[in-house]
Design a binder for this molecule. Structure first.
Ligand code: UDX
Length: 417
């Protein structure tokens, strides 16, 4: 890519949910006149420790290239070694947090959470408020077995320490939803912070795919099907790129959707149902579901959420899905399954109040019931308060796109290097 001697090196972490926002950000910078070089690991190995030597070698080569004009390195904070190598080579580096600012605060607080006994999560304390980190409850925290806790705490310590030597932090978020968390991070980490969402709208259309990272071809015919549906009538169901559920949970969800008597569009990746990797659905369910809705193995999600026919989103509360839904003003029924999804759902339901949660994940995995699904759908489509708050967020997201305030500030900073 050409770019009048101003080049940025972008280093995405090799998972779909991480790479998508980084590639969208690369695209935004390219439209602002920067040349962009994307670094990616040959085997897509997600291990920061092992990336150090090859990253150093590649960056040194890029710096030596005549006319390369590398202004800065922008790397996922999960590549903390890349951030420190860049700084050591004298190249300004910026970290990107692809999950929420609130989760970054959980990273910062992790030693305290262990010290005060919130972690590892004890069953008896699940519902307790984390006094030092409201609105989180103990059950919302990144859950790990006691044996893995220290290793994970070390990883998070590295993840927040490397950006401290960097030139700034970029968040895949909107100020309208995370202003307080962003301010706290700016103050406590003494770093410039940028809220670069909605990246799927800041990047030029058609330039937002991350097919490098194993995405299957999106089924675009589902958009034609949406065109035939009433405004606000369709329930869109998707669990992102990684999550998996037990056949029991899948069956309950299917019957709950059918009982709602609403049209639905459901992304059923081949790996979504544990034990059904062949793509074949549990006994007879296929026909039952197809009578009521449409199944695809991968949807053009941002276009689906923007479609006027879509009135509610049943989601695993992955961060990208959450930001996309907020930006398109689609109320959410949250069914968090692992990792940061519990804490994202807490914000959606209790802080922004634009969704409701169905607790799906018990130790036995038996919590998800068809009745709860149907009741949540019935409730959310008639909830005026949620609708109004979502409309306000959508306006704020549109304003972020129109004003480009955060993009301009980021570009100014990079130009100052
Ligand atoms: C993972 C974690 O699960 C998530 O919690 C974390 O915040 C980021 O890493 P993932 O599970 O893939 O990500 O979920 P999410 O963050 O929601 O990202 C999914 C992306 O895939 C979204 O950008 C979404 O638009 C896209 N997608 C999903 C599609 O384009 N089509 C689909 O059919 C499904």
């Amino acid at each position: 890519m050409a770019g009048d001697g101003r080049r940025v090196v972008v280093f995405p972490f090799p998972f779909h949910g991480h790479a998508t926002p980084l590639l969208r950000l690369a695209s935004v910078l390219h439209t602002r006149g920067f040349a962009v070089t994307i670094f990616h690991t040959e085997l897509r190995a997600p291990m920061s420790e092992y990336s150090e030597a090859p990253f150093k070698e590649r960056l040194t080569a890029a710096l030596a290239e005549e006319g390369a004009g590398v202004r800065c390195v922008i790397a996922d904070v999960a590549w903390y070694k890349a951030l420190s190598v860049s700084s050591a080579l004298g190249v300004p580096a910026m970290g990107v947090m692809t999950a929420s600012a609130a989760n970054y605060r959980v990273y910062m607080a992790y030693p305290m959470l262990i010290e005060k006994g919130y972690l590892p999560v004890q069953e008896a304390r699940r519902e307790d408020l984390v006094q030092e980190l409201p609105p989180y409850r103990v059950k919302d925290l990144l859950r790990l077995e006691a044996s893995s806790l220290q290793g994970f705490a070390d990883l998070l310590r590295n993840t927040i320490e490397a950006p401290r030597q960097s030139a700034g932090l970029i968040f895949n978020t909107l100020r309208a939803i995370e202003a307080d968390d962003l301010d706290t991070i700016r103050q406590e980490e003494s770093l410039p912070v940028f809220a670069l969402a909605p990246l799927h709208k800041l990047a030029p259309p058609g330039n937002t795919s991350s097919s490098l990272y194993g995405e299957t071809q999106a089924d675009r015919e589902c958009l034609d099907w949406l065109d035939t549906q009433e405004p606000g009538s369709v329930v869109y169901v998707s669990f992102g790129s990684l999550a998996a559920m037990d056949p029991h949970e899948f069956v309950e969800l299917a019957w709950g959707l059918a009982a709602s008597k609403r049209p639905f569009l459901w992304v059923v990746r081949p790996t979504l149902i544990r034990g059904y990797e062949s793509g074949q659905l549990p006994d007879g369910l296929d026909e039952q579901i197809r009578d009521h809705g449409r199944l695809v193995s991968w949807a053009p999600q941002v276009e689906v959420l923007a479609h006027p026919a879509v009135g509610a989103f049943i989601t695993h509360s992955g961060w990208n899905s959450t930001v996309e839904a907020v930006s398109e003003g689609v109320p959410m029924i949250c069914l968090p399954l692992h990792g940061d999804q519990f804490s994202n759902a807490r914000y959606v339901c209790d802080v922004w109040k634009v969704g409701m949660e169905i607790e799906a994940s018990s130790a036995a995995g038996q919590n998800l019931e068809r009745g709860k699904i149907k009741a949540a759908i019935d409730k959310i489509v008639h909830d005026k308060g949620i609708r109004e708050r979502m409309d306000a967020f959508k306006l704020a997201a549109d304003e972020a796109v129109n004003s480009q305030t955060e993009v301009k500030a980021l570009v100014d900073l990079i130009n100052s290097f």
